[in-house]
Every structure is written in structure tokens, then in C-alpha cells.
Design a protein around this ligand. Structure first.
Ligand code: SF4
Length: 451
């Protein structure tokens, strides 16, 4: 996962981009960068670390320019190092070009090998660089035509931001896996991974970029152009389940309201279950538990103290760090737990190791029973579209039955939400345009070369 943010035609562009990227920080914490359109030149800066660590006042002041594109990275393709930090910048035969990418190209290996055979020298190991080499080789009559032509060669998921002098262009893949929304702030335009970043800078969301669509912002005007026939519109449902910020809007409703609804649905599906209280694994679990409590009348109780300064365990790419931060970040509040039967809700169950630790800590703190409820179906297939899930072999639901998983995590009961209820809640009962491949194994776009 990554976050992208652009602002155009604004004298405070780099400062607004800072605020936008800061708001999207939950989408990636490895590196951050910006490119600024400075009267025909593109200035750029990126470094490893959080937005607040990367951009000092001095760095922001040096990124002079009325339009800026920015990126925060969590690596799914290519190593976590400065070379792969984005936006990437190239002096091409089309002129200076900066690019920022959220997604994962499933045919990256094949395209890279073809390009290298034809003489391309790659500067990075990220799949995002491939589009630049394609554009340098296969040109059209205009930049837009060149882009359109080469985007059609990509498979997998992508939301892109491109910057050339005088122009910012956004592009979303024909399935719309990764989010991209357009907003306005006075005479400025904004492109963002999530609507919440547009809200925070004081703008208004105009609309979602459609699958297979280019949005071109030039001389203060915005144009849209189709570069590919849209495939099935399949937004990643995990955005609502886990990734996106609660105040972001997806498919016409905020993530938080969708999570309340998911909690209500869980309560309906688990009506037979008796317990003393319902709680959630922070952070997203709290919204599910509140929805459950509202529907069932069962008391909600926060039973964990969350340490907010450790980073997200799922986001740390290294297993040793992941386990360490998981232990560090959640502490049970003992007297609220002792002797109680608890329904504990988490967004998903992937490897099972985190749930096992959490349930262990509740039992150690004196919980009588812990019933685990998962706000999504069992994850049985890996993601090839930009979410860093483990391999099929490492997915616990792929290897064990529900009862075996229950025993492995040490729960007294284990329940998964049905896929039908999840889709209904995420799309407000109307919009069913979601990718659910990690729960079903039915991939909506080619994955052959990614396997
Ligand atoms: S496979 Fe799962 S995580 Fe990946 S895009 Fe589809 S729903 Fe999202």
C-alpha cells in the first residue's frame, strides 16, 4: 500500500501536499517524497521515514512550485530503500517527468525483462519505473496518447500521478483496485488516495476517478479521458475493512459507518452467542464492536490500551519487527477483563499469530472466555494487487479448518462474517463493485505472471 496526493495551482502547494501526505500516513510509513513544478523545472525530494521526519520547513521551502505531487510508500514490489522512494524523476525524451504510484503491476517481471533485453537500464527495483521506460519507447502523438498507449500494456493495479512542466495527470487502472479521488480547493485541484486528505486541507471532493480514466489538470482546468475500456469495477474491499481512514468515503459512505454496519451484521449473524461484553482489537475493531453493541444491546468495553507510537504491526515488512511491535502496542486493561466472557472483534485473520498473542494476553489477564469474531470472511488467497498479504501457504485459513484455527489462536469460539454481509455493508446495500479475491480466490484481473 502507498498513498498519493497532488495539489495544483496553489502558492502553498508543498505545504498543502505535506498536510495531505500527513493525513495519508497510515497508507505507508517507509519513505515519503514530493515533486514540484517550478516554472518548467521539476524539483524533487524524497527520504526514508515518516512525513514529519522527511519534510523540514527548509525542504518544503525549497520545493518551490505551484503544483506538487507526493507519495508515501509501503513496499509491495521492490526493496524498502531510498532508491525506490517516490516520486521517481526522469529526464526523458518527452521532457522532465515525475511519477508516483500506488498499486502492484502483475506483469512487471515480464515487462522488465523485455525492456532490459531491449537495452533499458533500470535505476530502481520498483515496478513503478516500468511505465517510464515504456513511455520512452512507445510514443504517441502527444503525452496523453503516449500515456494511454502504455498504460494499456500494464496489468494489475495502479493509481498513478504524473507530473510534467505545466501538467499533472492522474490515472486509475481499468478495475479501479486502488483509490483515486479528485477534489477542489478554490481554484486549485487535488488528487488523493482518500477523501479525508481533501477534507483536511479544506477542499471538497468532486468525484472518484473512474476505472480506466485519465484526469488531466492543465492551466487551471481539468479534463477527463478514457484510456481503456473499464473492466469490472472492483475496488479493493480491504480498503474499507482495514486500510482506509475511518473518515474516508468509499462507495458513497464513510469507512467508519461501513464498519459500524459490519459490526451490526456480525451481531445479527451471531445472535445465538452469549457473553458479558463486546470489544474490538484497536483501532478498526472498536468501530466493529460498537456496531455489534448497538445491534445486540451487549455492553461495549474497550479492553486494551493501545500504544500509538509503535507503528502498525501489519505494515512493518520485517517479521521480527512485526512480532515485536505487536507485543508492544496492545496492553490489556486487567480489571475490565477479569472473570468476563468477551466477544472480541478484529478486522481480519491472516496468519493467526497476532490473534493468538492477543487472546493469550486476555486469558492471562483473567478473561473467562474469549470468542473471536472476524469482520470479514476467511482469507484464503494472497493479494496480487498491492496489499502485502503472505503467501497462500502462510494463510492460516488455507491450511486449517475453522475449529483448528480456533484451537491455534486459543479462542473459545471463532466466527467469520459472511461475504454477502460484508459486500452489503461496504457498498451501503447498493454498490457491489468490490474485489473480494482474497476471500474467494476469484481474481478479477490477470495474475498469471505475478504467481
Ligand atoms: S485480493 Fe483482497 S486485498 Fe487484494 S485487491 Fe482484492 S480484495 Fe483487496
Amino acid at each position: 500500500m502507498c498513498g498519493i496526493f497532488a495539489v495544483t495551482d496553489n502558492k502553498n502547494a508543498s505545504k498543502l501536499a505535506y498536510v495531505g501526505l500527513f493525513t495519508l500516513q497510515h497508507r505507508g510509513q517507509e519513505s515519503a517524497g514530493m515533486a514540484a513544478d517550478s516554472s518548467g523545472r521539476i524539483l524533487y525530494y524524497s527520504a526514508m521515514g515518516l512525513v514529519s521526519e522527511v519534510f523540514s520547513n527548509e525542504v518544503l521551502a525549497n520545493l518551490k512550485g505551484r503544483s506538487v505531487i507526493g507519495h508515501i510508500r509501503y513496499s509491495t514490489a521492490g526493496a524498502s530503500n531510498l532508491k525506490n522512494a517516490q516520486p521517481l524523476f526522469f529526464n526523458t525524451c518527452l521532457g522532465p517527468l515525475a511519477v508516483a504510484h500506488n498499486g502492484n503491476l502483475t506483469n512487471a517481471g515480464r515487462l522488465r525483462a523485455q525492456l532490459q533485453k531491449a537495452g533499458a537500464i533500470f535505476q530502481t527495483t520498483t515496478d513503478s519505473e516500468i511505465i517510464i521506460h515504456l513511455m520512452a519507447r512507445y510514443r504517441g502523438r502527444s503525452l496523453e496518447e503516449t500515456l494511454a498507449k502504455n498504460l494499456r500494456r500494464l496489468e494489475g493495479s495502479y493509481s498513478f500521478l504524473f507530473m510534467t512542466p505545466g501538467r499533472v495527470i492522474g490515472a486509475r487502472d481499468p478495475n479501479g483496485f486502488r483509490p483515486l479521488v479528485l477534489g477542489r480547493l478554490g481554484a486549485s485541484h487535488i488528487l488523493s488516495s482518500e477523501t479525508c486528505a481533501i477534507d483536511v486541507v479544506g477542499g471538497k471532493t468532486a468525484r472518484e476517478i473512474a476505472p480506466g480514466e485519465l484526469v488531466i489538470i492543465e492551466k487551471g482546468k481539468v479534463r477527463f479521458k478514457r484510456f481503456a475500456k473499464p473492466g469490472n469495477f472492483t475496488r479493493c474491499i480491504f480498503e474499507t475493512v482495514y486500510f482506509a481512514r475511518p473518515d474516508a468515503e468509499i462507495a458513497g459512505r464513510t469507512v467508519q459507518s461501513a464498519r459500524y454496519e459490519i459490526g451490526s451484521m456480525l451481531a445479527r449473524e451471531m445472535a445465538y452467542m452469549k457473553a458479558d461484553l463486546v470489544s474490538g482489537v484497536p483501532d478498526s475493531g472498536a468501530a466493529y464492536a460498537l456496531g455489534f453493541s448497538r445491534e445486540s444491546g451487549l455492553a461495549y468495553q474497550a479492553v486494551f490500551m493501545r500504544n500509538h507510537y509503535t507503528g502498525r504491526s501489519f505494515m512493518q515488512p520485517d517479521q521480527a519487527l512485526r512480532e515485536f511491535t505487536a507485543r508492544l502496542k496492545l496492553a490489556p486493561i486487567k480489571d475490565l477483563i477479569r472473570g468476563k466472557s468477551i466477544i472480541l472483534i478484529d478486522d481480519s485473520l491472516v496468519r493467526g499469530t497476532t490473534s493468538r498473542k492477543i487472546i493469550g494476553s486476555l486469558k492471562k489477564a483473567g478473561a473467562k472466555k474469549v470468542y473471536m469474531a472476524i469482520a470479514s470472511p476467511a482469507v484464503i488467497s494472497p493479494c496480487y494487487y498491492g496489499i502485502d498479504t503472505p503467501t497462500k501457504e502462510e494463510l492460516i485459513a488455507n491450511n486449517l479448518s475453522i475449529d483448528e484455527i480456533r484451537r491455534f489462536i486459543g479462542a473459545d469460539g471463532l466466527y467469520y462474517l459472511s461475504l454477502e454481509s460484508l459486500i452489503k455493508a461496504c457498498g451501503n446495500g447498493r454498490d457491489r463493485c468490490f474485489c473480494t479475491a482474497c476471500f474467494t480466490g476469484n481474481y478479477p484481473a490477470k495474475i498469471k505472471s505475478a504467481m
